[in-house]
Design a protein. Sequence first.
Length: 141
Amino acid sequence: MPAKTAKAVPEPTPETQPFWDGCARGELLLQRCRDCGRPYFYPRPICPACGSTDVEWFRASGRATLYSYVINHRPARGFEDDGPYAIAVVELAEGPRMMTNITGIPNTPEDLVLDMDLQVTFEQRGDISIPLFTPAKVETR
């Protein structure tokens, strides 16, 4: 039997280090342009909307909705025990979209309902905490 391969782990860069530091604390951080006010993801030093370099980090709410997904039946190396699994795009409450995985529910078309409410959770992978999303808890009165 072949040795189990570890899941890939991102390598932080100077531009992305604040994002990964936030994930380690259980916070989802985004950047926002101080000139045009637009939040964006993926981390980069220049606003993709207006080109300004006057950007800041802020703590996002961690809320999102399921925008799109594909169910992967041929897992990448390290994900053999997870298949089939969803590779998803979520739309954060703040506006940007990010690619992620969905946890906490079966990854089937019946359970992965577009526009469903999600909340961020984190999975420790080596020295890095990876943001994943799970169905939001429904508050009852």
